[in-house]
Ligand binder design. Structure first.
Ligand code: NAD
Length: 268
């Protein structure tokens, strides 16, 4: 069978380089082109092989000459938003890992996918363990009234709480149907010196060199606690999710947000 042809947008970035490596070694898929701001050369070497593929800052030109099935994007929201209509016009499916989109950005992705009959998978976290942590936390949320989250990331991460911590907390509250309970001393207060409060869940954000992305959700009730924890040691952790999305997006027209549907996780 013909391999799935992939173009990587943001190919010189930390995630883009990991995607080039992962797709390059995955049977049944192939990197056919790469795009980034200022490529030093007009071809990019694929690690672990002798292959070189066209590399340019001109997305339109790369898509015209390589005709990929899927474009994987790890760049910046503004760069993704500019790339979206170009890729859609070429009928290219998209796997988007860039974070920081607004609701209006997601609406536009959905509109483009419908108009050009393509598939778009956008996920703020491609680490399958983190997606499962969020799912298990939604299940546990129904049974506990108290919960806190500790998220630990590398010192270059500027936003806090992390997008994953926010999504976890919001998912837990939605599943529960009402806010969690704060400790008695903090009830009625909108802010806490201990962390960011999201509907009764205090989120503690740690930023230190040495971490990649880690999160623990701790539930408490009289006489017992339940801890659900996910740790990563390098960016390879995101690649099984990216590879899954590249295969799945071909069968999934329209916009899919998050990996839950790809993993057949029912709404908890
Ligand atoms: P990075 O800064 O190392 O890489 C971004 C790359 O995009 C750079 O090479 C940059 O030159 C390129 N770029 C910027 N503007 C461009 C444009 N107009 N055209 C083409 N290329 C352009 O960042 P990173 O650590 O690789 O992260 C990239 C994005 O992925 C961020 O939004 C980050 O939050 C997100 N991320 C998502 C996940 C996930 O699981 N979804 C995991 C890690 C990082």
């Amino acid at each position: 069978m013909k391999p799935i042809a992939v173009v990587v947008h943001g190919a010189s970035g930390k995630m883009g380089q990991e995607v080039v490596k992962a797709v390059g070694r995955e049977p049944g898929m192939q990197v056919v082109g790469a795009v980034d701001m200022k490529p030093a050369e007009d071809t990019l070497a694929i690690p672990g092989s002798s292959a070189r593929v066209p590399f340019s800052s001109d997305l339109d030109q790369i898509l015209s000459c390589t005709k990929p099935d899927v474009m994987v994007d790890f760049s910046l929201p503004a760069a993704t938003n500019a790339a979206l209509p170009v890729a859609a016009r070429h009928g290219v499916n998209m796997v988007i890992g860039t974070t920081g989109f607004t609701a209006a950005d997601l609406d536009e992705m959905s509109r483009l996918a419908q108009q050009y009959k393509t598939g778009i998978v956008v996920a703020a976290n491609f680490a399958l363990g983190a997606v499962l942590l969020m799912h298990f936390s939604k299940i546990a949320a129904k049974y506990f009234d108290f919960a806190e989250i500790i998220e630990l990331h590398h010192d270059q991460k500027i936003d806090f709480p992390s997008g994953t911590a926010l999504a976890t907390a919001r998912g837990m509250v939605k599943s529960k149907g009402h806010p969690f309970c704060l400790p008695a001393a903090e009830q009625g207060k909108t802010a806490s010196g201990r962390g960011t409060q999201i509907d009764g869940i205090t989120v503690h954000s740690v930023r230190l060199p040495g971490f990649v992305a880690n999160q623990e959700v701790i539930f408490g009730m009289a006489g017992q606690t339940l801890r659900i924890k996910h740790d990563t040691i390098n960016r390879e952790c995101f690649m099984p999710g990216v590879v899954l999305a590249i295969k799945d997006v071909l069968k999934r027209p329209g916009l899919t947000v998050g990996l839950e549907a790809l993993l057949n996780l029912q709404e908890a």
